[in-house]
Design a protein around this ligand. Sequence first.
Ligand code: NAD
Ligand code: TYD
Length: 339
Amino acid sequence: MTIFVTGGAGFIGSEFIRQIVGTARIINFDKLTYAGNLDNLKEAAKDPDYSLAVGDVCDPQALEAAMPEDCDAVVHFAAESHVDRSIVGAAEFVRTNVLGTQMMLEVARLRRVKRFLHISTDEVGGDMPPDGWFKECDPLEASSPYAASKGAAELFVRAAARTFGMNTLITRTSNNYGPYQFPEKLLPLAISNVLEDRPIPVYGDGLQVRDWVHVTDNCRALRAVLEHGRPGETYHIGGGNPLPNIEVLRTLLKILGKPESLMTRVTDRPGHDRRYAVDFTKTTRELGWRPEISFSDGLAQTIRWYQDNAEWVRRCRSGEYRKYYEEMYGDREATAKAL
Ligand code: NAD
Ligand code: TYD
């Protein structure tokens, strides 16, 4: 089986590759933006059936060159993924997340790929009321430019299934956490700051609710959907345990024995959704998947990982991880061009 993974050097894509390496031929197509980190794939990259193609999902020629004729499945992770960055500048989100998804669909159709799994987010449903749970059939009501771009991408995936009969699947996952997450999202930022006794920025009142799912559980679900999901369907993946940010941060500080005074209120994010919560009963019913890692175990394990991998965080923060080209090819000019 040949699987074409986009965005495999990112947080979730690299966990997916770590899980499937050795079971399939993997082509990891990644532009290696600031979020793409080859340090995440050091072990997986040793497998002879793994290869990396550096390229942009918006570039159909690069995609055609990298995607083999006998490609069985595409798993499309590549995206701009951080809400705060989408507020500062949405254009790159529209380009990569919307145009990039359409280019992926076109090249996958040309190659007659048998399965196209598109990775989406619970954020496309927007704010959930206090007792609301986002279902697969609910309308798309995105609040941020990031969520809007992911919602638009979903519509192109649906259109490809309907118009061209492509065998597509969509997953919408809640907030992932775990090892190798770039320290700009809440948990890795908070953990790495606290480990250095630096403050944690808490947006607004900190009572916004997120449904945390461990990245290992998420990627198990993605594999189940890829293998057994019904063509054209959407599947939700969640942790089943929505929590206010402030409670998550209190637990984190308690585990590390640090004072709550490290939480520092800062101006709220514009358009900040108050609550996300996904109903994933369909995924459990049809595929037998449910999360296995409790939030308390997963958080403790994640904190340990960041403690044990201070060098990974240091390389992220210093930008050293981006010297990949130089390290691989020893070519300063190529590095400069690629960056
Ligand atoms: P990430 O930001 O860690 O990684 C994104 C990856 O995509 C990087 O390797 C980057 O280099 C690559 N990439 C970006 N633009 C590209 C382009 N134009 N061409 C090729 N590669 C490009 O993201 P993540 O957190 O691993 O998220 C992966 C997917 O899951 C995204 O589609 C995201 O929307 C979705 N998702 C993430 C979460 C979460 O909590 N992180 C939750 C739900 C859904
Ligand atoms: P984030 O990790 O950016 O994920 P998302 O916005 O996609 O849910 O943020 C998670 C929650 O934490 C969200 O409610 C915003 C909040 N947050 C903070 O309070 N402080 C921070 O420094 C960050 C990055 C996020």
